[in-house]
Ligand binder design. Structure first.
Ligand code: ATP
Ligand SMILES: O=c1ccn([C@@H]2O[C@H](COP(=O)(O)O)[C@@H](O)[C@H]2O)c(=O)[nH]1
Ligand code: MG
Length: 203
């Protein structure tokens, strides 16, 4: 993998708005969106044996073994031809983090953490209507537990490295994105036109 690649990680509970914000970041900043959840879903749709196994993990709200996820991410990175990557909800546990460092050989320059109350996340997921196998209250409770027990320690790890920026994700989509833009701009990340953005204004 290109050692000069830029990588941004996004982390947040189910329904905190990672996918929504990632789409806006891609539109504005030209990163390649790498959603492990969507790559896994493509594997499920392929009907492969691996896909059948992944579906069971998803239904239970559990995390798929790291080697499968990292391999899918690596293939997507190679296909993209880009060197700016936006990880949507990854890494999700310590095993993911270690595997990604070892195999992908890049570290995030910043980790955006979308903080949202459980009540609001549950409301959003149960109103999402995208036909996802894991958008039901039983699976959602397990995903919230996995987030607290397995993902929050990864946030602590990156926080100790000074890489975490926490964002109040309870607000409207546009307000959250204003915060995202401010953070990325402060880090010198340029928008599509090669300009830094401050308070939604190109400068
Ligand atoms: N700030 C927001 N305010 C209100 N609704 C939002 C906000 N952000 C996202 N949503 C809506 O909430 C739902 C969940 O958002 P999204 O799919 O982006 O979450 P996610 O963090 O990617 O969840 P998951 O981990 O389950 O994939 C979607 O229907 C989306 O339109
Ligand atoms: O790194 C990952 C990402 C996702 N999964 C599995 O997919 C579902 C849905 O993921 P979303 O990103 O929330 O759409 C998740 O609950 C896991 O089962 C994973 O194992 N590892
Ligand atoms: Mg998502």
């Amino acid at each position: 993998m290109n050692a000069n690649a830029d990588m941004i990680s996004t982390i947040g509970g189910p329904g905190s708005g990672k996918g929504t914000q990632c789409s806006k970041i891609v539109e504005h900043f030209g990163f390649t969106h790498l959603s492990a959840g969507e790559l896994l879903e493509s594997e499920v749709k392929s009907g492969s044996e691996t896909g059948k196994m992944i579906q069971e993990y998803k239904k239970e709200g559990n995390l798929v073994p790291s080697e499968i996820v990292v391999k899918l991410l690596q293939q997507a990175m190679q296909r993209s031809g880009n060197n700016k990557f936006l990880l949507d909800g990854f890494p999700r546990n310590e095993e993911n983090r270690v595997a990604a460092e070892k195999i992908l050989k890049i570290q995030p320059i910043v980790v955006l953490v979308f903080e949202c109350s459980e009540e609001e996340m549950i409301r959003r997921v149960l109103h999402r209507n995208q036909g996802r196998v894991d958008d039901n209250i039983d699976t959602l409770k397990k995903r919230l537990k996995v987030y607290k027990e397995s993902t929050l320690p990864v946030v602590d790890y990156f926080a100790n490295m000074g890489k975490v920026r926490k964002i109040d994700a309870e607000r409207s989509i546009e307000e959250v994105f204003e915060s995202v833009k401010d953070i990325l701009s402060e880090l010198g990340i340029k928008n599509h036109e090669g300009e830094r953005t401050v308070n939604a204004q190109a400068v």
